[in-house]
Ligand binder design. Sequence first.
Ligand code: BGC
Length: 455
Amino acid sequence: MNIDLPTSFNLKLEDFGDHFVWGVSTAAYQTEGAHDDDGKGPSIWDAFTLKKRTIYKNQHGEIACDFYNKFKEDILLMKSMNIKNFRFSLSWSRLIPDGLGAINPKGIDFYNQVIDFCIECDITPWVTLYHWDLPLALEQQGGWTNRTILDWFENYVKLCAQQFGDRVKHWMVLNEPMVFTGAGYFLGVHAPGKKRLKNFLPAVHHAVLCQALGGRVLRHFIPDSIIGTTFSCSQITPYSNSTKDILAAKKADALLNRLFIEPALGLGYPTDDVPVLKRIENYFISGDDQLPLFDFDFIGIQNYTREVVKHSCYVPYISAKIIKASKRNVKTTLMDWEVYPSSIYEMIKRFNSYSGIKKIIITENGAAFTDVVENGSVHDQERLDYLQAYLKQVHKAKLEGLNVDGYFAWTFTDNFEWAEGYRPRFGLVYIDFATQKRIVKSSGEWLRGFLKDQT
Ligand code: BGC
């Protein structure tokens, strides 16, 4: 195996420049718990996790990391680790239990407390509006497949902007729309568990429209805010040099890396490489060629691995399939994702090649490995190696003058990893879920030291 992992990491904070932003990322459903406390309505993830055999060991996020009750402890821990930027998401159904009607004052109060406590601790809140937990009541009306979601989303974003915009100046509209539409509305492995093109295509189009709409609403209500949105992205390598595999890789790249950014930049959907996407036009109404456009202040890119893609005539629409890392004799994480640090560099380079992008921030990067508690400590050398190897690649991009201005690790504490339940641990901080006790892992201790001279 030929892996570019560092034997030593000798970069210093200042090597990344004075204005480079360092932080950690989390998401509401994965951490908060308190799934029906204080008036919160159910989300699609509350419902999806109740269905048997959808999630590893039928686990769910009803308690998760209990961040709802332990947010002060967690933010204080963050502060003690010299982390100055905290990216978290708002739960739509905690704020508006049925998605579009009455507001839940206790939900507003909770996020006010989180935001105020961050500021008190000198931590800048970076807020994601939508990290996959749609209110169930809206899904019962078609969710992302129903165009009325534009009205529901506008109403929700307006509320968030009006309630929190006086203190929150860093916003992200959507988290990884390709994942929530692909896994949730095509493959059916994430909530709401829908399948087929007839669900996927309208969900994609409406997410593209909401991505820009959310940006416009934020800019209107908080003119001095810094507005971004985030994308999952992975370097795609053809399995062989055959024309067929190269073509398959191109198609996968269009779907996984270009589908959501290009419409926002005015480039439209990548229909040349994936002709089936032309069918999205069935969901267009007049004006829809302009509505996806928004001039984001930054683009958040989230990278974990690379994908190797091979031609396959059995895969409908794209004739391309991903070859699992476990079949390729490469170093993998617990998610069976290949450890491939230069993928993050390639993605930074790729997003730099779009002239319409003003600023790029890595809003997620991290890895799940088996963690063992020994004498009260967790020595997660593999995670530390992973983070350092990827950071070296971010630094390489910076040295070459590429635009990349921040890095948020995924994630602060271990949490609920969607369909994989609690098995994969991505945290810098270990959680014993039986007692909710936190232990800073070696990777977290390293970050604490690395960030100690932050001004
Ligand atoms: C998501 C996170 C997730 C992480 C690791 C990203 O796709 O934004 O919610 O936990 O990757 O899978």
